[in-house]
Design a protein around this ligand. Structure first.
Ligand code: ASP
Length: 586
């Protein structure tokens, strides 16, 4: 027998029992007469003791141990003289009567401790060792529990988990497809699903009115910090539903997860905000509403006093940082540098200090009288002691820069603690997004999203103003989920494809299967998908989804542990009827 107990299990009640444990050697302390060994497995750490009068074989085995050796240890549980209250097994230790080395280990390239000395790249290469560490282990446990609770909840609501294929045809979620060559059909390719979108809609046509799947999705995107080329969604779809039905169901699911995994309850319904309001007040379709500091439009108030920057701006917007009037020149310069970063993109920043005596001091005093500044302050709801920060320029860019500035101020002021959760639904997204570069509309969500009934008339006259029955679930400034009510009528779907610039032939070629299915009695339907990895990282309080994926890719999309992607042999290429173009010299 390899073990009678795990390394996290024994307590004072087990005293005098003879037990066998198996695990990895975390630490060895040789004190001459006695040797202490910390033995670790998934469940915890137990202290083993080898004494001076222990059997010769036991002492010899103990002297040969190194870090991460795999051993089996048998002995008697005794209560410790000096207890360790930092670990659950700290009241006891096991005095060994037998010790077998099951396997030796090379010295690990970094320490297997909560705070490891290994760099990112090294730990990625030895991910199997990194996964032995508590922070990653706890992330995997959280992920498992979240998946379990999702299944629990959805099963209770009558949802069926149904798998959909990975080798498919392009799905339009707005990224590039990963493609897989078909050996049996030379010159033809499968695409890996960016999401199961079209399949879940086909399942609705098939009558499976409540579907879900915890499913891998593949998107060939340039990797920003928090993206992975393959990631997991909680993908869901329902038939005979309106928006309210979908939101109610998944608000309940989110609340169930908050309660069962974090012990948090929310009073009442999650707030809702239209996309237009989110953009106007927060400059973002995923506002962080853990704190206020919403935007105030100063455009009309700021113009016409001879300050060229504001006079020529399409939009002048402000935020009010409470209690920050005392910011030093240096702090203000740092903020100006922040907004001027290319990622933020503002040209400069104007400030107004609301002094304790009720007067105002600003970087544009030359152009504005005290009454002007007082009017701005009133509009911003600023009180003495507050600091008003103003950005200006083209509307879209300025809203986005002000959003960054607001988040930065929120962080500086400690208003974004990651143990506070502020969920909301953002609703009524625009259906389409105009792209200046290609001079055409793109679907803001995806082409199967239904326009709001009252906006359908605008389709032919002013498509840019059509709102969609689409919604996002946002928590703490992160998009955790999103979905929509779908088009279920093939004529409207055809109209949508036309607005998106597809010819009828192109639409037929790419999505004919769906259009065809819609001719056989498609029910009204809608759904959404949650980013499962991100949901986990939100609950775990981490910035990165990477920690919640057992074997993630690095920032260049590589798996450095298995060294992938990699080349394939000439024979394989041949079999696939593929050739590799010579690389152009840089
Ligand atoms: N397929 C969508 C996505 O991946 C979600 C949905 O509309 O249900 O974002």
């Amino acid at each position: 027998m390899y073990r009678t107990h795990t390394c996290g299990e024994l307590r004072a009640e087990n005293r005098d029992q003879t037990v066998t444990l198996a695990g990895w050697v975390q630490k060895i302390r040789n004190l001459g007469a006695m040797t202490f060994i910390d033995l670790r497995d998934r469940y915890g750490i137990t202290q083993l003791v080898v004494e001076e009068h222990s059997a010769e074989e036991v002492r010899r085995a103990a002297s040969e141990l190194g870090r991460e050796y795999v051993v089996r240890a048998t002995g008697k549980v005794v209560e410790r003289a000096s207890k360790n209250d930092r670990i659950p097994t700290g009241d006891i230790e096991v005095v060994l009567s037998a010790l077998d080395i099951l396997n030796a280990s090379q010295t690990p390239p970094f320490t297997i401790e909560d705070h490891s000395d290994g760099g990112d790249e090294l730990r990625m290469r030895y991910r199997f060792l990194d996964l032995r560490r508590n922070p990653l282990k706890n992330a995997m446990i959280l992920r498992h529990r979240m998946a379990h609770e999702v299944r629990n909840f959805l099963d209770g609501r009558g949802f069926l988990e149904i798998e959909t294929p990975y080798l498919i045809k392009s799905t339009p979620e707005g990224a590039r497809d990963f493609v897989v060559p078909s050996r049996m059909n030379p010159g033809e390719f499968y695409a890996l699903p960016q999401s199961p979108q079209t399949f879940k809609q086909l399942l609705m046509v098939a009558g499976y009115d409540r579907y879900f799947q915890i499913v891998r999705c593949f998107r060939d995107e340039d990797l920003r910090a928090d993206r992975q080329p393959e990631f997991t969604q909680i993908d869901c779809e329902m038939s005979f539903v309106e928006r309210e039905d979908v939101l109610a169901t998944f608000e309940d699911m989110a609340k169930h997860l908050f309660r069962s995994l974090l012990g948090l309850s929310f009073e009442g319904a999650f707030p809702r905000m239209t996309w237009a309001e989110a953009m106007e007040k927060y400059g973002s379709d995923k506002p962080d509403i853990r704190f206020g500091m919403t935007f105030r439009d100063l455009t009309d108030a700021a113009k016409g006093k001879g300050f060229g920057v504001f006079d020529s701006a399409e939009y002048v917007g402000a935020i009010c940082a409470e209690g920050c009037a005392g910011y030093t020149r240096k702090q203000l310069d740092a903020l100006t540098d922040f907004v001027k970063r290319p990622q933020v993109g503002a040209k400069g920043m104007v400030y107004v200090r609301c002094e304790a005596d009720g007067s105002f001091k600003s970087s544009v005093d030359k152009f504005y009288a005290q009454e002007d500044l007082a009017a701005w302050a009133a509009r911003c709801g600023a009180r003495p002691g507050d600091l008003i920060l103003i950005l200006s320029g083209a509307r879209k860019q300025t809203l986005s820069a002000l959003c960054e500035l607001r988040l930065e101020m929120g962080s500086r002021l400690g208003l974004r603690p990651n143990d506070r959760f502020a969920p909301l639904w953002v609703i009524d997204f625009p259906l389409l997004e105009w792209d200046d570069e290609t001079q055409r509309f793109y679907a803001m969500h995806h082409p199967f999203t239904a326009p709001k009934a009252e906006d359908i008339a605008l389709f032919d006259t002013d498509p840019g103003r059509v709102r969609a029955d689409a919604y996002d679930f946002v928590v703490n400034g992160m998009e955790i989920g999103g979905g929509s009510i779908r088009i279920f009528d093939s004529a409207l779907q055809h109209r949508m494809f036309r607005v998106l610039g597809f010819t009828d032939e192109e639409a037929e070629k790419q999505f004919g299967f769906l259009m065809n299915a819609f001719k056989f009695g498609a029910p009204p339907h809608g759904g959404l998908a949650f980013g499962f990895d991100r949901f986990c990282s939100l609950f775990g309080g981490a910035d990165s989804i990477r920690d919640y994926i057992a074997f993630p890719k690095n920032n260049s999309g590589r798996d450095v542990m298995i060294d992938s992607p990699s080349t394939i042999s000439a024979a394989q290429l041949d079999e696939l009827a593929l050739g590799i173009k010579p690389q152009r010299a840089e």
